[in-house]
Write a protein that binds this ligand. Sequence first.
Ligand SMILES: Nc1ncnc2c1ncn2[C@@H]1O[C@H](COP(=O)(O)OP(=O)(O)OP(=O)(O)O)[C@@H](O)[C@H]1O
Ligand SMILES: [Mg+2]
Length: 487
Amino acid sequence: MAKVYISRDDKDTVELVLRKGLLVQQAPMWTVLRLALALSLKQIAPPDESFDSLEGGHGGEPTVEVLTGESQKESEGFQDAFRVLLSIYHQQDLFEDKEDKLYARLLQRHIRRGLREIRTSWRESHDFHEFLYQEFFASQQSEANANNVQDAAALLHALEEFGLNAEITETREGPRVTRNLVRLSDAEDYGRLERRLDDLGFTLGLKEAGVFLSPAGEPKTVILDVPRPPQQWKSVGANLLSSWDVPALGLPLLLGVDVEGKPVIRDLAEAPHLLVAGTTGSGKSVCLHALILSILTTRSPQKAQLVLIDPKRVEFAPYKGLPSLFTPVMSEGIEAARCLKSLVREMETREKLLASRGAREWSELDESAPPRLVVVVEELAELFAQAPDAEESLVRLAQKARAAGIHLILATQRPDAATFSGLLRANIPSRIALTVQKGADSRIILDEMGAEKLLGKGDMLVKWLGDKTTRAHGINITQDDISTYLR
Ligand SMILES: Nc1ncnc2c1ncn2[C@@H]1O[C@H](COP(=O)(O)OP(=O)(O)OP(=O)(O)O)[C@@H](O)[C@H]1O
Ligand SMILES: [Mg+2]
């Protein structure tokens, strides 16, 4: 009989829910395990293999039959239903799996991920039933709401109000946004729609968030991305990082998923430098963690090393002591400025190395070349406040470090002229804009409007050197995720 293993922590969670969470007395363990399964199935990315191993011993081994109710009475079990669910979710035929090995493993991963979710999202002092209600039903209730913006009829109605005769030919539900392919009756209507886009958002009741319009590549057809309420979002979890297909690029970065849920990957080596900007709480730091973990999970220390500068002192502490660090994590502005100066010298040494090997780009060098360096600055404005001379070194690096295999990732809340001056700006062509307050802020970051209509929490517009701007939803990396990845 195939078994599912859970850890001691998991078992504690189950027991806590049974004791303090559920209102029914003496519910069996599988009640909690099935709830955990359901919670995990709500996420779009599959749970990763970290749930296969049980550090600190296991806390129980319920059989698959108990979980699915098959052991009770053959005819009343849910074995087939569970198998169908997981087969669809994982796009694999689990009915073929005769010994139930894979089936049990996937079941275990989901259950353990669900239990972790309970552990991290539910507090003992809070009502567990309310927690479940929010997780499972709050979204459905608003789905039933006739005014729901997701409702295609509401969209058509709003378009009609602007005198636009349209037809929705397809809708695709992404993690946060519903993508509508809309056929207009007249090609001229595109301009009219573009001018009324803010009104459309307003009519749909979207407050600051907005509708994004883009051409669909077919005549008269446009794409309208309409955000759904946060209760209906599907989370983009850190497990995406353990399962991505790492492409053969210089320095691949996994930024998140696009509006339809597909991974968004860019090459930092091509960028060659990146600005990450957005208002407070928009998700800059979380985004930096995703970038750093992308580099750490895909490159061996020989191929890329990090220089982490954190004048706010809060964010980069978990990376202290990692083998992939070129210098220790820096939290003093003065110390960081000194380090940046030495990186300018490093750049010059590397330029000589390139010349001696007759190469023009770092990618032309062989394995024996020193690793690429990625310099990450958390809050540029704070660094400049503490050490104004850091700017000169950063400008020199931005101007020339690309060929030397040195790349900058600079984050700031205030990308205005004072912090992100002309020289720096001109040499950092790739940008990520998280949510900002005004269209003018978006222009400062991207040279175009749009970021003021984003949804916050890691929603971003990505403008990479040479590419057209695309929207992505960032990976939600928690402190727990970071420790898990660095372990
Ligand atoms: N990709 C994401 N998915 C879901 N939630 C997110 C995401 N990114 C950020 N958040 C949420 O937003 C909160 C704020 O994010 P973060 O600390 O990265 O903001 P910030 O822009 O660095 O803010 P500050 O400028 O104040 O440092 C996070 O604690 C998290 O709850
Ligand atoms: Mg921050």
